[in-house]
Write a protein that binds this ligand. Structure first.
Ligand code: ADP
Ligand code: MG
Length: 387
């Protein structure tokens, strides 16, 4: 059993923050895992995470620490996995702020570096230094496949959806604009009918991702010129066929870039933007409630965990439910003017760190269900624990 990997990332001060003479950096680095945040009232708060990425950190550092083990896991799982088993691996990029101090009321700060961490300056911009997690994950998947055993045939499929105003939209087929989320015994949470593009090489995957990203709903707020107004979900399914045994096994890697929101008074939100912010905040409140429930002693009592309260929590059910390997990056601004949002984001990260995960793949026809460290397996099922 392990905890969810939780890291914090501070972007450099923005030009707006630098121009504001009353603003300054509110973070003091202690070491690569610990730092002190000074809030507006000059109170000190010490935080420790699995790793802290300060402003000088490179995109490659984030990938290597946070995502590479999960990418390798997705490929290896496909190899280890037997029969019709499936694994679900999640990588979530999030930042949160809560109002007031309870995490049951969440809203999310925009302009903190989530999308930058995920995509970099652009999916098709081949800047080795600035490439975000997505192009690196694509490269990592194909690299692992290329260096694997030749008797194993791999295929990689890609899907991309967004949750906008509580509707799940297929980015590869915009006519599918209100998709259902279902739970399958074998595969966990699934999106029946979602478009899956088979990609044969990294360039093809990046091209597809780029065409999907164009369809993402964005808007301009005072905090961010290109604020993501939807939660964006990238799903890589890796199928492995062992010719000799004619067995198909699969691993799944999911990346989530959450929508941006902020205090309404900070963004001058009105009209549609205001409605979007309300919906985003509602789904984040649901996420806060789920994390509260998972970490407040309701482990094992699945009925008490309100996954069904929003599309976001439903899609994240496997990640938060402990049956997959999950990593979380809490992206924050380093400036004093955003200290209260950063504080809330980091407190949320601390809370998520307490979720116990026990990822496993099944070795039988039945899905292995392991939630919050309370194994619940069906008859004749043998679970393979992933370390
Ligand atoms: P979010 O997705 O959290 O709303 P973005 O990722 O869109 O925020 O980031 C807002 C702005 O900050 C963008 O212009 C982006 O390029 C810049 N930015 C974010 N993180 C970094 C970073 N680590 N290094 C350089 N620029 C960054
Ligand atoms: Mg964004």
């Amino acid at each position: 059993m392990s905890n969810i990997l939780v890291c914090a990332r501070f972007r450099p001060l923005s030009s707006k923050e630098r121009r504001n003479q009353e603003d300054s950096v509110c973070i003091r680095c202690i070491d690569s895992e610990t730092f002190i945040l000074k809030d507006e009232k000059e109170d000190d708060f010490t935080f420790s995470f699995d790793k802290v990425f300060y402003e000088e950190s490179e995109q490659a550092d984030v990938y290597k620490f946070l995502a590479l083990p999960i990418v390798r896991g997705a490929i290896l799982l496909a190899v280890w996995n037997c029969s019709t088993g499936c694994s679900l691996l999640w990588l979530n990029i999030v930042t949160f702020m809560c109002i007031p101090r309870s995490i049951s009321k969440l809203c999310l700060q925009t302009g903190a570096g989530k999308t930058y961490s995920m995509e970099g300056p652009g999916i098709l911009e081949c800047d080795e230094q600035k490439n975000g997690l997505l192009p690196r994950v694509v490269e990592g998947i194909f690299h692992s496949i290329r260096s694997s055993d030749e008797v194993i045939q791999y295929s990689v499929k890609l899907s991309m959806v967004e949750i906008y105003m509580e509707k799940v939209r297929d980015h590869f087929d915009l006519s599918k604009d209100n998709m259902q989320i279902k739970e399958s015994k074998l595969q966990g949470i699934i999106l029946p009918g979602v478009t899956e593009i088979t990609v044969l090489e990294p360039a093809e995957a990046l091209q597809s991702l780029s065409s999907g990203i164009v369809n993402r709903t964005v808007g301009e707020t005072q905090m961010n010129m290109v604020s993501s107004r939807s939660h964006c979900v990238y799903i890589f399914t890796i199928l492995q066929e062992l010719c000799r045994h004619r067995r198909v096994k699969s691993g799944k890697l999911v990346l989530v870039d959450l929508a941006g929101s902020e205090k309404v008074e900070k963004t001058a939100a009105e009209g549609r933007i205001f409605e979007e912010a309300k919906t985003i905040n509602k789904s984040l409140t649901a996420l806060g409630n789920v994390v509260n429930a998972v970490t407040c002693g309701l482990q094992g009592k699945l009925n008490h965990i309100p996954y069904h309260d929003s599309k976001l929590t439903r899609i994240l059910q496997d990640a938060l439910g402990g049956s997959s390997r999950t990593a979380l990056l809490c992206c924050c601004s380093p400036s004093t003017s955003n200290a209260s949002e950063s504080l809330s984001t980091l407190r949320f990260g601390v809370r998520v760190k307490h979720i116990k995960a026990s990822p496993c793949v099944n070795n039988s026809e039945n899905k292995c269900v392991r939630r919050h460290g309370t194994p619940s397996t069906t008859k004749d099922e043998s679970c393979e624990r992933i370390l």
